[in-house]
Each structure stands twice: as C-alpha cells, then as structure tokens.
Write a protein that binds this ligand. Structure first.
Ligand code: CU
Length: 127
C-alpha cells in the first residue's frame, strides 16, 4: 500500500517536472520567433514612383521579406526580413537584379539600360 502511494507521488513529481520543462521550451520558441525577424535599412538608387514600385516589388518577391518600403528623396529602403529564410545579401542582389544599385550590389549595365528613361539614375540629374 505504501509502495503504491510512493509510486503515485513519483508519477506526480515526474508529471510536474515534465510540464514545467514544456513551458520553458515554449518560452524559448517564442523568443526565437521574435529574434529571427530583423529590421534594417540601406541605400538603393532610384528616381521616381516607378522605381519605388520596382524596388519594393523585387524585395517583397523574396521569401522571408515581410516589409519593404523605399523612400524617394532619401533613396533609403526600410526592410523587415526573416534572417533564417534569407540573408541581407540576397535582398541587395535581388534589387540589383531589377536594375537598382544598392550600397552592396551593383546592377548590370544590361538590366540598367532596360529601365525606362525616367528611372535611369546614373547619368545626370533625375527629371
Ligand atoms: Cu523610376
């Protein structure tokens, strides 16, 4: 009879310790959820609203990019991305691939030349 009670007690203790460790690992999961989202901004060259659309569309087309806002006068893009799904470099390269220079990646001449006149930011002043 005593053995049975002891067993019950042991089971209870085991159960409690298990549920405790469960809640701890859950809290750690929550923490990593928050940590893997990063916010950053960097320079992306461009002129107009068409550029804005093109730049933001390119950034947002990447899996893991949650927000991308490009500002025309400052030429700065504000990005929120999941650093477990992609690296910051991927975003630079993607934007360069549609014709816009960033402070890390340069667009190729070919892609740049395809841009509408109003978007060609390299020579002279914007219209
Ligand atoms: Cu433009």
């Amino acid at each position: 009879m005593i053995m049975k009670k002891l067993l019950l007690l042991m089971t209870l203790i085991l159960f409690i310790s298990f549920s405790k460790s469960d809640s701890i690992s859950l809290a750690e999961d929550d923490l990593s959820q928050v940590q893997k989202t990063e916010r950053t901004s960097f320079v992306v060259k461009g002129n107009c609203k068409m550029c804005k659309k093109r730049i933001e569309k390119a950034a947002l087309s990447l899996k893991g990019v949650k927000m991308a806002t490009w500002d025309i006068p400052s030429n700065m893009i504000d990005v929120i991305y999941d650093n477990k799904k992609l690296e910051l470099n991927d975003i630079h390269n993607k934007i360069a691939s549609v014709g816009h220079d960033t402070d890390e990646a340069k667009a190729s001449e070919d892609v740049y030349d395809e841009l509408p006149m109003c978007c060609q930011y390299r020579n002279g002043s914007p219209h």
